[in-house]
Design a protein around this ligand. Structure first.
Ligand SMILES: [Mn+2]
Length: 307
């Protein structure tokens, strides 16, 4: 197992300026040896319905994460690096084949007790949740997104990045009564929203976040999820395109980065068993702000887990 500290770094942290750091997430040495928490990229974006490019998300998020290595979280006053973390590089995917990629992702994800993945488009959540169900049964879900992602099909195909939670609910990978979607605001057919609500999912619009404030939304999530195992799925398009333009299906009226940070900080104490950060498409980014937002939300999540 990888221990925390300088042993994980291919450079001397105390002497290496941020711009000189290469490597995995947090500049970690890429390794095949797992740790308490394993980070892996999933460079799959063939299920996107609009702009592609999230296959380059893992690289951009790792690069942006160099800003977060040095020092403690300013509010929690502890570092996610106090707990052993390993970056295993990218999972294998099958070129051009969604279902074969799903099988590969599920098989690889099943090896690790606590996985944080860098997407990739949102379709990857389905095989990740299939792997998680074998360890935990149906999990609770905190889902940040502009979209409900419960469309029963994707333009006639069974799998697309907008159908992952339709399948996850149907396959009982998640417990819809312990599932909260935050920042929802895209156009949606009444039958799709009706089905989602009828399953028991709590849908919180971006407007509700703006009107009620992040603390109230975090409180709703904590009350809903309780102490049982839960998963965080974070589509970067939950964030307003003014703050996160580098994504495939942007929607205006979204969260400011600080609002999402405040909600995440309010989730301390939940029993998280994994996370994905999806839909970062660097080709549409400006000044790396989307990748930095994504890396920072991963850092917020890892801080929740830190001792
Ligand atoms: Mn989305």
């Amino acid at each position: 197992m990888v221990a925390p500290g300088e042993a994980c770094y291919p450079f001397r942290m105390s002497e290496t300026p941020t711009f000189a750091i290469e490597g995995g997430f947090f500049g970690l040495k890429m390794t095949e040896e797992p740790a308490d928490i394993v980070i892996a990229g999933v460079p799959l974006d063939i299920a996107t319905s609009n702009r592609p490019g999230a296959r380059f998300g893992p690289r951009a998020i790792r690069h942006a994460s160099r800003m977060l290595i040095d020092g403690n979280h300013p509010v929690a006053r502890r570092s996610p690096l106090a707990r052993p973390i390993a970056d295993l590089g990218n999972f294998a995917v099958a070129l051009g084949d969604i279902e074969a990629s799903f099988r590969l992702i599920e098989e690889q994800a099943g090896r690790f007790a606590h996985l944080v993945t860098l997407g990739g488009d949102h379709a990857i959540s389905l095989p990740l949740l299939r792997a998680l169900r074998r360890r935990h049964g149906p999990v609770g879900l905190v889902h940040f997104d502009a979209h409900v992602d419960t469309w029963p099909d994707s333009f006639g195909q069974p799998h697309g990045h907008g159908s992952c939670f339709y399948h996850a609910i149907r396959e009982r990978l998640v417990d819809p009564h312990r599932m909260i979607q935050i920042a929802i605001r895209s156009p949606v057919q009444n039958e799709v929203m009706g089905w989602t609500l009828a399953q028991g999912v709590t849908v919180v619009s971006a407007q509700e976040v703006h009107e009620q404030g992040p603390a109230a939304i975090a409180e709703r999530a904590r009350a809903l999820l309780g102490a049982s195992p839960c998963y965080l799925s974070f589509d970067i398009d939950a964030i307003d395109p003014a703050f996160a333009p580098g994504t495939g299906t942007p929607e205006i009226g979204g969260l400011a980065t600080w609002q999402a940070q405040a909600i995440l900080r309010g989730l301390q104490g939940l029993s998280f068993v994994g996370m994905d950060m999806v839909e970062v498409a660097p080709a549409y980014d400006q000044a790396e702000i989307t990748a930095l937002a994504a890396a920072t939300f991963v850092w917020e999540y890892l801080t929740l887990l830190a001792p």
